[in-house]
Design a protein around this ligand. Structure first.
Ligand SMILES: [Ca+2]
Ligand SMILES: [Ca+2]
Length: 198
């Protein structure tokens, strides 16, 4: 899952002015990729790369997440950024499929600090997220912007599922934008890399 496209990314970043931003997207179209990590246990959420008749937003594949935790708020990690400094901003969005308005299954975009670039399981506190569960009327796009503070250097972006065994949602079309000076430590494999000057 890791490392794909990073050499290309490094070469391009070297040519980008300091004020630039970098954006990566992923759409699960490779037919095999799922997530980077699942918390608290590997089977707390059952992740699979699926196509029709499962819901798909763009292309022909999406990420299916089936809650498999009897309690708590299980999470999958879908992007991991390092090299951040105070004041930096990270913006992430994805599309989610939920057809149960006001009731589980549902999901949210969330994040936590991880200042150890050598350990995806590292945890240095919640970074918050977007509390909106969405309307539950099919596909909708959720997003959040995190501003780095308190000396944190790494951020992990999560999908949190709610809230019982068997509750299932679908995710597609992830987009993450970070400062040109930061690093995609790991992300579900890079489908497209763009750079936009601020
Ligand atoms: Ca897709
Ligand atoms: Ca719902």
């Amino acid at each position: 899952m890791r490392g794909i496209g990073l050499m290309t990314l490094a070469l391009v970043v070297a040519a980008v002015p300091a004020a630039a931003q970098q954006t990566q997207t992923f759409d699960w179209e490779d037919g095999t990729t799922t997530v980077l990590y699942t918390y608290p246990d590997a089977d707390s959420i059952l992740s699979s790369n699926v196509g029709a008749p499962d819901p798909v937003n763009g292309g022909s594949r999406s990420l299916r997440l089936e809650d498999n935790a009897a309690s708590g708020t299980p999470q999958v990690y879908i992007a991991w950024i390092s090299g951040l400094t105070d004041g930096d901003q990270v913006t992430a969005s994805f599309w989610r499929y939920d057809d149960t308005p006001g009731a589980a299954p549902s999901c949210r975009i969330w994040g936590h600090w991880n200042d150890d670039p050598g350990d995806i399981a590292g945890y240095d506190g919640s970074a918050g997220g977007n509390s909106d569960y969405g309307q539950g009327l099919g596909w909708d796009q959720t997003s959040h912007t995190w501003t780095v503070a308190d000396g944190h250097t790494g951020l992990v972006i999560e999908v949190r599922t709610y809230s019982s065994d068997g509750d299932t949602v679908w995710i597609d079309d992830l987009e993450v934008t970070i400062p040109g000076t930061a690093t995609f430590q790991d992300i579900v494999p890079v489908e497209l890399v763009t750079f936009t000057a601020e």
